[in-house]
Design a protein around this ligand. Structure first.
Ligand code: PAF
Length: 276
């Protein structure tokens, strides 16, 4: 596996390569990331892993400063999963002096995560548009844990006619259900245990909907009660259309239950599709 740092080198590496798969990441790899790299390896002739802790999508300086970084470990893991190229650009390569263009996606990027983290999705959309233009992949692989990010990227790809297929892989979970996240390493033992309430709450909501519950307020209340059992309060619990992220009036079709919860020093997100 080659490690490259600039646009010219990544373009040279993909030139004439056949089907190119891109795995966008901010590093600190866990099984969720590695499942994306393996899927790309199985489906593509050349696999590029993007590793860049994108400053423009962090709305809290402390979160950016605390974001775990270990490029050496990430490079070894990416190589072991079959990546051909690790593209780890510098901040100056991605945002040279004078950079003045931002991609904003209206509507879908303004609710839930977008409302709680102003500017977050503009940072995501801008860097994803840039990496697609830098690398020129045929297909890019994202994780379902960031469901709203996936919806924002799909909207942007459609609206800007970007010739990139978007593949979404299921959330990878710890044995006790906690969704894998690079931020989980910052949970102390007690918070780590309490954090299982996110998945337990979502599972209870899924079961309640399967058993006939249709009122989204009542579905959210099921999750809320599970969180309260651990002394946790959600920033939001939303029952939305999985494509548009518009709230649903009644769960008559598969809907997405999405939530964000602060557990100790860490803000966690998770989601689950609930099917009537
Ligand atoms: O999902 C992530 O890790 C990031 O939001 C992404 C897509 C790599 C953009 O920085």
């Amino acid at each position: 596996m080659r490690i490259v740092r600039d646009v010219a080198s990544v373009r040279a590496a993909v030139a004439g390569a056949g089907r190119v798969g891109l795995v966008p990441t901010m590093g600190a790899f866990h099984e969720g990331h590695l499942s994306l790299v393996r899927a790309a390896r199985a489906a593509c002739d050349l696999v590029v892993v993007w590793l860049f802790v994108n400053p423009t999508q962090f709305n809290e300086a402390a979160d950016l400063a605390a974001y775990p970084r270990d490029e050496e470990r990430d490079a070894a893991l990416a190589a072991a999963c079959g990546a051909d190229v690790l593209f780890a650009p510098t901040v100056e390569e991605v945002y040279p002096a004078g950079h003045a263009t931002t991609v904003t996606v209206a509507g879908i990027a303004d609710v839930l995560e977008g409302a709680q983290r102003p500017g977050h999705f503009a940072g995501v959309a801008t860097v994803v548009a840039k990496m697609f233009n830098m690398v020129g992949p045929d297909v890019a692989f994202f994780g379902a844990k960031d469901a709203q990010q996936v919806a924002v990227v799909r909207r942007m790809v459609a609206d800007l006619d970007l010739p990139v297929e978007i593949e979404v892989l299921p959330t990878v979970r710890e044995p006790d259900g906690l969704a894998m996240s690079s931020r989980n390493v910052r949970l102390g033992p007690d918070d780590r245990r309490r954090a299982t309430a996110l998945h337990r709450g979502l599972s209870a909501a899924r079961d309640a909907v399967a058993a006939g519950l249709r009122d989204p307020v009542a579905v959210a209340a099921v999750v809320e009660r599970t969180l309260a059992g651990e002394g946790l309060t959600a920033e939001y619990i939303a029952v939305v259309d999985p494509g548009s992220f518009a709230p649903v009036a009644s769960v008559d079709l598969p809907a997405l239950v999405a939530l964000a919860v602060r557990v100790g020093p860490v803000r966690l997100i998770d989601n689950m599709v609930v099917t009537p």
